[in-house]
Ligand binder design. Structure first.
Ligand code: UD1
Length: 417
């Protein structure tokens, strides 16, 4: 069994370079199949979620070539087939094959997606969007069969600004006839990345990054190129590592605006932080003030950094309150942090973190991706040895996390025992 072992308490010095964004890349790869030609995606992170998507693309007949961070995908021999459960359930983002295959072939057969267990995570808004474009959705047990005679543009209002639904509806609508408007769309930078890529292939999308996205359908998408934006959640995770143990730790290849909701909170806490055009420098401090944080869609504080920042709030003098408004079940890290010495009380969707507390290493479990990231951060700070089990969740979303942390001085290892 793979485990991560961390001997905590080591200063982090040097620099960490941020990879391409997981949540962009996992949408760009399925989006590429809307092209009838060859597309190139640069700065693709080498994580297992991408390997799983490539397997699906290759199963459908695409030719995928990887040259370092670059992925070249030739779609000329693509064939529309049922995507089996064993492939779909490996990750959440397999749901983007719904919008992409529906948009291209007007038909898709796929099983329910997998992903972290952090709440109900329905996909009703994706399906409602497809139906609004003229598709018929049949659910047979765990499988979806979505078909359309024709896809026709429509006005679609999202009850919740869902990232997945916004991207999936964009994918289904780029080749629909006429105009589609997605209202109350999510505004995450990853959505802008996908829209820019589709436009590069010949789509006509405006307004991505705002709450109203307009799509004018086109007949054909051609060759295209894009670069994956830097991963703002990976960046945020390492900035928090720097606030815990950094000694002028440099975090490189970032878009500071994308992590402003985090850096503003860190400044409020008193964390020493200098922000430049595409990097920042962060150090630890002994005097951190408690803060209140509420997770929200972009540009609010991201739910994906809620668990990672909990590891830092443990060190603040006083009570911090964290409210999770996006998911129902995203506090599975708390019990393990308490075993390590934290004083955290869960009350519905809020947690109360009383600090400062010193953590001690323990054996813990990465129940999901960001809970795992939180435990890695806690392990970097804790006294003694932290052993994290079920680390596949972590490796799914963080490229070279062990090597990146070792390079700046952490005593961290991946072992198989
Ligand atoms: C994406 C990210 C995930 C991040 C989340 C919120 C990917 C692959 N994953 O997930 O890392 O935590 O955004 O920033 O990009 N909802 C519905 N019905 C739907 C869809 C969503 O009710 O059809 C609800 C969800 O239950 C949740 C909220 O909307 O409460 C936000 O979910 P959404 O933005 O869709 O998250 P994902 O796209 O799954």
């Amino acid at each position: 069994m793979k485990k991560i072992k961390i001997n905590g308490g080591k200063d982090l010095i040097g620099s960490i370079k941020i990879s391409g964004a997981k949540n962009s890349a996992v949408a760009l790869v399925p989006a590429s199949l809307l092209s009838d030609g060859v597309v190139t995606i640069d700065n693709v992170p080498n994580i297992s979620d991408i390997t799983a998507l490539n397997e699906i693309l290759e199963y459908l007949g695409a030719k995928v070539t990887r040259e370092n961070d670059k992925m070249i995908i030739d779609q000329t021999n693509l064939e529309n087939k049922e995507i089996p459960e064993s492939k779909a359930k490996k990750l959440r983002a397999s749901y983007y094959f719904m919008g992409a295959l529906l948009g291209k072939y007007k038909k898709v057969e796929i099983y329910f997606p997998g992903g972290c267990s952090i709440g109900a995570r329905p996909i009703n808004l994706h399906l409602k969007g497809f139906e609004a474009l003229g598709a018929n959705v049949i659910e047979k047990g765990n499988k979806y069969i979505i078909t359309a005679e024709n896809l026709k543009g429509n006005n679609i209002y999202l009850d919740v600004p869902s990232v997945g639904a916004t991207i999936n509806i964009m994918l289904a609508a780029v080749k629909a006839s006429g105009k589609t408007i997605i209202d109350n769309a999510a505004k995450e930078p990853e959505i802008v990345n996908v829209a820019t890529f589709l436009n590069n292939m010949g789509a006509k999308i405006t307004g991505a990054g705002t709450s109203e996205i307009k799509i004018i359908g086109v007949d054909k998408l051609n060759n295209g190129f894009t670069e994956v934006i830097p991963d703002r959640i990976e960046a945020g995770t390492y900035v928090i590592a720097g606030a815990l143990m950094g000694n002028d730790l440099k975090i490189e290849n970032i878009i500071p605006e994308h992590i402003e909701s985090l850096t503003l909170k860190l400044k409020e806490m008193g964390v020493p932080l200098q922000i430049y055009d595409d990097y920042l420098i962060v150090s630890k401090t002994d005097n951190m003030k408690p803060v209140n944080i509420r997770t929200l869609g972009y540009p609010g504080f991201p739910t994906d950094l809620q668990q990672p920042i909990t590891s830092l709030l443990i060190g603040c003098s006083g009570i911090s309150i964290l409210e999770e408004t996006v998911y129902e079940n995203r506090f599975q890290n708390v019990a393990f942090l308490n075993e390590m010495g934290a004083d955290i009380v869960v009350d519905g969707r809020k947690i109360y973190i009383k600090g400062p507390k010193q953590l001690s290493g323990k054996e813990v479990i990465a129940t999901d991706l960001r809970a795992g990231a939180c435990l890695v951060l806690a392990g970097l700070k804790a006294k003694g040895l932290t052993v994290i089990k079920e680390v596949d969740h972590i490796l799914r979303g963080y490229e070279n996390i062990i090597q990146k942390l070792q390079k700046v001085g952490a005593d961290i290892n991946l072992v198989d025992e």
